[in-house]
Each structure stands twice: as C-alpha cells, then as structure tokens.
Design a binder for this molecule. Structure first.
Ligand SMILES: Cc1cc2nc3c(=O)[nH]c(=O)nc-3n(C[C@H](O)[C@H](O)[C@H](O)COP(=O)(O)OP(=O)(O)OC[C@H]3O[C@@H](n4cnc5c(N)ncnc54)[C@H](O)[C@@H]3O)c2cc1C
Length: 469
C-alpha cells in the first residue's frame, strides 16, 4: 500500500458487484482494504474474465427512473452515496431507452482500474477456502451466488445445514393491493390458528372445474426456461415447479398446492371450490403475498399471462416472478443482525447476493452498506442504518428482518431472494398522495403512479438526510 493509514485493514472476500463496492466505500473513509478475489486462480461456472465486477449475464442495470421505479430510486441513492459501481456504469452507458445499460467490458475495466489504483486498496488473487481467520477482525464475505465450494462448506458448518441454500425456488409475489378481494377471501386451511396466526392468514383464490382445467392446460403449454448444464436439475424436497407437477397428471395440483380442502369461499359458502390457489403474507408490512407452492421455470411473460387466469388475480401486479436457479445464499433474517453482521461473530459481515438480495444493483447496494458499516466500526463509530423509507433501508429490512417466516415452511425454503420493489417500502402517511390539479377522477393507474412517485420522493429525501446532504 503506497499511502499509509493508522488503521488495520478490513478484508473483503469476493471482487464482484458487492465486494468491489464495499472495498471502495471502506477505502474512501480512509480505512485500508485487502480485497481477495479468486478469479485469476480459480474461475466460476458463469464468469468469463478476471475483471472485477464482471456482469455474468445481461448488461442492464434496469430502469433508471428515480421518480417512479424502485430500482431507479436505488440507483439515485447509490449515486448520492458516492457509489463506484454507479459511477462506472454512468461512464460506460450504452443507449437502452429508460434503462441504464452498460458496455460490460468498459464497465468492469473502470471498476478494476479504480480499485487497482486506490492507494488504500490491495487486491490479492486467491481463493479463501474457509471462514476468515479470527485475526481478520473486520471482514466481509461477498462471494456471490457461485461461492466456491470450500468456503460454502465452511459457512454451512458454522451456520447449520438449514441456513445455506444452493438453489433458490422462487414463487411469484403479488402486491396485496392488486388482488381482487371481491373474489378472494382470507382464511387459513381448517381455520387453523397456529402459533402466530389468526385463522385468516391466507388469501384464497377459488377455481371451478372448467377454470382449473384451462389453467392446467395453460401451464403445460407455457414456455419454460431451461437449466444451464452446470446447474444440474435441482428438483429436490418435493419442491417441483408447478408446470412439472401439472405435466405429471391433471389431478396432481388439485391434490398438492391447489387442494381445496378445509376452505370455504366466504363470498359463496354453499359452493365448494374445485381447486384453490393460496397466497401467504410475505413481509411484515403485509403489502406483499407469495403464491404458495408456485415455484416455476416458466418464462416471465408466460407467468404473468397464466397467473392472471386465476380468479382474483386478473389484475395482479407482481413484485417478483417465480424462478429456480443455482444460487448460494444464507438465511439472513435469522443469521444476520441489522448491520449485516453474523450473529455470534462480531466483525464478520455478509454482502451481495449471498445475503438474499437479487440483481446486480441490489448486490452492489448491499456491498455499499456493508462497507460503510464495517468502516464505521473500524473508526470507532456505531453503524448508522439507513431509514426504512429509503430503497437502501427497505432492501436491508427485507434481508435482515422484514420477511415473515411461515410455520409450515420454515428455514431456508421460506426466505427467498428478492429484487428491490415498492412492496418493500413502508406505506405512505395518510394524505401523502394528493390528487393532481385538473384531474377529475383519481384512482386506478393514476393513483398507483402517484403513490410510487410519493414513495420515491420520500426515499430520496430521507436518503439525503441520512447521508448528511
Ligand atoms: C448465471 C447468473 C446470471 C445472472 N444474471 C443476472 C442478470 O442478468 N441481471 C442481474 O441483475 N443479476 C443477475 N444475476 C444475479 C446477481 O445479481 C449477480 O450474480 C451479481 O453478480 C451478484 O453480485 P455479488 O457481488 O453478490 O456476486 P458476484 O458478482 O458473483 O461476485 C462474487 C465474487 O466472489 C468471487 N469468489 C467466490 N468464492 C470465492 C472465494 N472462496 N474466495 C475468493 N473469491 C471468491 C467470485 O469469483 C466473484 O468474483 C445472475 C446470477 C447468475 C448466477
């Protein structure tokens, strides 16, 4: 290191989107960093280069609209916080309409050059094969969805077999406000109350026989995404994609996740539903519900089309569509404290996709937070968490505490990775959305857009305050 610092270095393991941002944030506070990246010595199944912050697939950072899109708000907050990832993306932008897309080689080269030339950052090309040794008193693990097996095994040995997943099995999540409650009703099967429930914990969507048959036909005909060769075919724990269940027999779903038993349609009590789709509360705010047992490999377009055939979900807005991918991630809500530190191991943080966020931008943003928190501790200060009203705070809250663990699906199956979306933000104060002048009717799409705009504006204001701007 050419510039001296009185501080002991912080170790960052993994030079992807999250680790690169974490290293930058730490170094910018005057604290030295040692960044350990294995590429150059050992590759992954998806990365193709040795550059830091390589984009393994698409070259898009998604919408750059900070006025009414949640990922656009996250972009803006990261720029406010001096993000290296955003600076490098902006400098390497290619035309992509309202999205921020980048020249992938130029982007990674810019990140690599900035980290390489920073006087407080040393980059070592090596695989870290176990948990950081105790003498690395401040460290961040940011090794991503393709964490090398030896380190993954060490994390699993420390946290427990149920705490590390190697595949996600994602069921779609719906914005509660977009579900038609004139068709659906709240009820738990057999009105069971359970330890934390009320007997009315699920939203139920009824189907008659004709609707069920049409739905099964649509599932079987739907376009699916294949697995990459290195992913294998991760059908496990009876966790089959719904379209695979549908293919196994017309009645399979009706005896599985869509069974109608123990449920009475509150709108039509004398008519027994032929099949029922259940949705379960997904976040503490109650703004999101997930479709129980609906993990799927259907393509996104096909999912939206087919799931809107379900009575009550005709106008569903999806906060997340389903998927099944190779993905290493920990059960963060139980393992990490609010500042991303592993409980019982002070000074050891996790960042990026391994914490259960999803996407380039989200991974980098959690790296940004972990870097700031670690640097604050090294400087003798307590980490100051971003307000939950910001995109940073909403995502951090999802990872470390906002998710609801269900009684019938506890552990790693319950917590699934998530992109940032407005469903993760706390609701607005009453009266926060005002009818624009000159608009006679103010509901439906207009009101939804106004709500997003108000949530985005609140986020940016609170983020600026948090950063002391
Ligand atoms: C195949 C695939 C495609 C994806 N496509 C997209 C997409 O199109 N858009 C999107 O937004 N998101 C996508 N993602 C999701 C995710 O956002 C990216 O994987 C993102 O790169 C995650 O950032 P990260 O920093 O957490 O992990 P990474 O960017 O993967 O960085 C982790 C780094 O840690 C290194 N490493 C791993 N183990 C060790 C070790 N033991 N010692 C030292 N170094 C180690 C790796 O080499 C890597 O450089 C995709 C994921 C995968 C797996």
């Amino acid at each position: 290191m050419t510039k001296t610092s009185f501080h002991t270095p912080i170790h960052v393991i993994g030079g992807g989107l999250a680790g690169s941002e974490a290293a930058w944030q730490i170094a910018e506070t005057g604290v030295p960093v040692i960044l350990h990246e294995m590429r150059g010595v050992r590759g992954t199944d998806a990365h193709k280069t040795d550059s830091l912050a390589e984009l393994v697939c698409s070259n898009s950072f998604r919408s750059d609209d900070a006025t009414s899109n949640a990922v656009g708000v996250l972009h803006a907050e990261m720029r406010l916080a001096g993000s290296l990832i955003m600076r490098s993306a902006d400098a390497n932008q290619v035309p992509a309409g309202g999205a921020l897309a980048v020249d992938r080689d130029g982007f990674s080269a810019a990140v690599t050059a900035a980290l390489d030339s920073h006087p407080l950052i040393a980059i070592t090309r090596e695989e870290v094969t176990g948990l950081p040794p105790e003498e690395w008193d401040q460290a961040i693990i940011a090794t991503g969805p393709l964490t090398a097996p030896s380190l993954a095994a060490a994390i699993q040995a420390r946290t427990g077999a149920d705490s590390l997943a190697f595949f996600d099995a994602i069921a779609p999540i719906v914005h509660t406000a977009s579900i038609d409650m004139d068709v659906c009703w709240f009820q738990s099967r057999y009105d069971k109350v359970g330890p934390g429930g009320t007997g009315k914990d699920y939203i139920n969507c009824p189907m008659d026989e004709a609707q069920y048959n049409a739905f099964v036909d649509a599932l079987i005909a739907g376009d699916t995404t294949g697995f990459k060769e290195w992913e294998g075919t991760p059908y496990f724990d009876g966790c089959l994609p719904i379209e695979v269940m549908a293919e196994r027999g017309r009645e399979t779903l009706r005896h599985g996740p869509m069974k109608p038993m123990g449920l009475t349609n509150a709108h039509n009590p004398t008519v027994k539903a032929y099949a029922v789709v259940q949705l379960r509360q997904d976040n503490a705010l109650g703004t999101l519900y997930n479709m129980v047992g609906f993990q799927t490999k259907l393509k996104y377009g096909a999912q939206a089309e087919i799931f809107r055939l379900i009575p009550g979900l005709e106008n569903a807005e999806f906060a997340r569509l389903g998927g099944l991918h190779r993905n290493t991630y920990i059960n963060s809500p139980t393992l990490l404290d609010r500042s991303l530190t592993l409980k019982g191991r002070p000074g050891l943080r996790f960042a990026g996709q391994i914490t259960g966020c999803e996407g380039y931008v989200e991974s980098a943003s959690i790296g940004l937070l972990a870097g700031r928190f670690a640097a604050a501790e090294r400087l003798g200060q307590a980490p100051v968490l971003p307000p939950e009203t910001t995109a940073f705070g909403a995502l951090l809250n999802h990872i470390t505490g906002g998710h609801i663990v269900s009684d019938d699906e506890p552990g790693k199956r319950s917590f699934q990775p998530m992109n940032v979306n407005f469903g993760l933000f706390p609701p607005l104060e009453p009266g926060a959305v005002v009818r624009p002048e000159g608009l006679k009717r103010f509901r439906g799409k207009d009101k939804a857009v106004a709500k997003k705009q108000a949530t985005a504006a609140r986020a940016l204001e609170d983020c600026a305050r948090w950063l002391g701007r």
